[in-house]
Design a binder for this molecule. Structure first.
Ligand code: GDP
Ligand code: IMO
Ligand code: MG
Length: 430
């Protein structure tokens, strides 16, 4: 049976989406990045080789898969070209099977400069962005002044638009942030050089995808970031500037909701967050050090140490609801192998009213503290386990508890970074 699958994160990103997209996309014809930009860092491990992708969809390691970067993504052309070249060095060739939407907005050097300058000015109140210019690029999109990928096709209009927008940013960079201004002619030259490399890839990806649907091809939609970083539904203002929840697929591709058959929420069996903002189950003890070390919790994009904490069941239920998830994929089970006891947050308590909440508004987390349920650890190695029956019973019980808390099944479990260290409980393509 044909299945178009959305794979997205239910937490604050870095749940292991890339690994799962890579694993599942061997069965698909297309893999689509539909929002965000090169703030994402998706790590794939295949045949002992580690590849980190920021913009290019994680399915492209399979030579039969067509990669699409659709209209909802904000694209730094120079970073895209670097990524294509990195893949070529590793013997993965995407020529003729990577397409970029002509209506995607560009991230340009002044977006990056303004992102970094604003964060610096905010000091202790900074968002903790990846410094990739994501926020400013989406601002331009909404303000209808973006330069879009399709503009690269016409040098004259590109030059006029670029001069205007560089003026707009230079004013701010000089007067507010005391930064160096940009010369639009240099940016233009770099863009035209890069355009020569990606020229054939620029297409109407909405048409490509809807034709693929007509032809009953299987499509995987690859989320970036995580649901709690969503601009509308996350822990605002400590969020990214796009819709990382399910709606981003629709607006970010031009594919209608009836064409989405299955929505998989990738969930790390503990929590991490990079950057600032509320994180109720955060740990500041030896378990934080343990999770950081065993889970290698350092950002794939910026190298920053990720904050760590217990799994937050209240936040998970929020994500299940926001995305109408079909099922969960639980990742990094092996990271918990050496813990005698594991906690899951099952409710929040308001420290002022003492009221217990099993669901809350994510705009009102201020006075909440987590209420935990304790689970026995398994103290056995699960790294690389590929069959559910080979998991220790305490690990199986832990997964069962997550299903009960989330109210949906766990269809996949990941037990290691390698693409094949995966337990398939339900075959999504049958
Ligand atoms: P993404 O942004 O959601 O794709 O996740 P990242 O790639 O940023 O971070 C996930 C990290 O965990 C990467 O280093 C992966 O190689 C690694 N990883 C993914 N699944 C597993 C797993 O099941 N076990 C372990 N130990 N590592 C995993
Ligand atoms: P993947 O796809 C984790 C976080 C940043 C910051 C906030 C805003 O690898 O899961 P931005 O640069 O987007 O304006 O930063 O969002 N952030 C991520 N955290 N994983 C990511 O992507 C992230 N992309 C952005 O750390 O807190
Ligand atoms: Mg990541």
């Amino acid at each position: 049976m044909k299945k178009n699958i959305v794979i997205l994160g239910t937490q604050w990103g870095d749940e292991g989406k890339g690994k799962i997209v890579d694993y599942l996309s061997r069965n698909s014809a297309y893999v689509v990045r539909y929002h965000g930009g090169h703030n994402a860092g998706h790590t794939l491990v295949a045949n002992h080789k580690k590849i980190i992708l920021h913009l290019i969809p994680s399915g492209v390691l399979h030579s039969n898969v067509i990669g699409i970067i659709s209209n909802g993504v904000v694209i730094s052309i120079s970073d895209l070209v670097k990524e294509i070249q990195m893949l070529e060095k590793n013997n993965f060739f995407v020529n003729k099977r990577l397409f970029i939407s002509n209506s995607a907005s560009l991230i340009l050097p002044f977006h990056i400069a303004i992102d970094i300058a604003r964060e610096k000015k905010l000091g202790a109140n900074a968002i903790g962005t990846t410094g990739r210019g994501i926020g400013p690029a989406y601002e331009d999109k909404i303000a209808r002044r973006s330069i879009r990928v399709g503009d690269l096709k016409n040098e004259k209009t590109l030059s006029i638009k670029l001069e205007k927008i560089v003026d707009y940013y230079n004013d701010q960079l000089i007067s507010i942030y005391k930064c160096k201004p940009f010369d639009y002619k240099i940016i233009l030259k770099d863009l035209l050089n890069a355009k020569n490399i990606i020229d054939d890839m620029i297409q109407d990806t909405t048409m490509i995808l809807n034709n693929a649907i007509k032809n009953k091809k299987i499509i995987i939609f690859e989320g970036a970031q995580g649901s709690l970083l969503d601009i509308d539904h996350g822990t605002y203002p400590y969020v990214t500037s796009s819709n990382s929840t399910i709606g981003g697929v629709i607006t970010g591709t031009g594919v209608g909701p009836k064409n989405l058959d299955y929505i998989l929420g990738v969930t790390k069996c503990y929590s991490t967050r990079v950057g600032n903002g509320p994180f109720l189950t955060e740990l500041h003890n030896d378990i934080d050090a343990y999770l950081s070390d065993k889970g290698n919790e350092f950002g794939s994009t910026t190298g920053r140490k990720r904050r760590t904490g217990w799994l937050d069941g209240v936040a998970l239920r929020h994500s299940v609801q926001l995305n109408s998830l079909s099922a969960l994929c639980i990742t990094k089970l092996d990271v918990l192998d050496n813990l005698e006891e594991i906690n899951i947050c099952v409710a929040y308590q308001n420290i002022k009213t003492l009221k217990i909440h099993t669901s809350v508004s994510f705009n009102e987390l201020e006075n909440m503290k987590p209420i935990y349920k304790k689970y026995p650890g398994w103290m056995k190695k699960t790294l690389g386990v590929r069959k559910i029956e080979n998991l220790p019973s305490a690990a199986k019980n832990y997964i069962k508890s997550i299903e009960e808390i989330a109210g949906i099944p766990v269809d996949i479990i990941s037990t290691g970074p390698d693409r094949n260290d995966t337990i398939i409980i339900k075959n999504l393509f049958l």
